[in-house]
Design a protein around this ligand. Sequence first.
Ligand code: URA
Ligand code: URA
Length: 244
Amino acid sequence: MPERFEQTMYEMLAQTRAVLTELKSLGVDEVYPLAGTESLPLCSQGMSESNLQRCDCRTETLDEIRIELGDCQRCKLAKRRKNLVFGSGNSHAQLVFVGEGPGRQEDESGIPFVGEAGQLLDRILFAMGLERDQVYICNVIKCRPPQNRNPNNDEICACEPFLQRQLASIKPQVIVALGKFAAQTLLQQQTSISQLRGNWADYQNIPLMPTFHPAYLLRNPAGKRDVWEDMKMVLRRLAQEDSP
Ligand code: URA
Ligand code: URA
């Protein structure tokens, strides 16, 4: 075998092994064939007319919401932020993930979930057979709190209407709330995330699955199995929503 070819083969094997090891640590005990997940309805652009709401008014677009936020100064987090982190992904996604708020890397890049927690979220998406551009990812608050402290109530209150408008614009089939802040904010409840997770809840008639935050999983890897159970429920729900 030519030496370079052999080297490439070894690299590919090593990468495959790393991915499988990561999946195993997530508690994944089955791998979906790509054909199965490709048929999942992740973009509603092609939806039939009868499925679309018929009304005279149109929903605002994500771009319009972003423009209205502008150089937002609605709360004190504006002062120290480098970038407002609006959200990223498919504006017609059938699945939306809502996190807490930007960390350092997100503040620097303006993109949600790009740090260590984001890399874990990417692996969870991979295990679900999904790519980032098939889903939409955003946060409860759009600017980084100093030292990544928890968001204050006044900050959540200033930002929440924009999250609500983003969700109303996207109209996903399913929402995943990542961690306590997303779940409690969207559900207007104080119940702990360990009690909420794994149980379907309702956000404006959209099924919402609360689960642990990836940053929590980095500290408590044992929780990955619970999250994978929750994500399997999400995949089943998406498949169900798609069937006539
Ligand atoms: N944690 C979050 O909740 N959101 C991000 O965007 C990054 C880390
Ligand atoms: N605390 C949180 O805020 N989120 C989790 O997911 C777990 C504990």
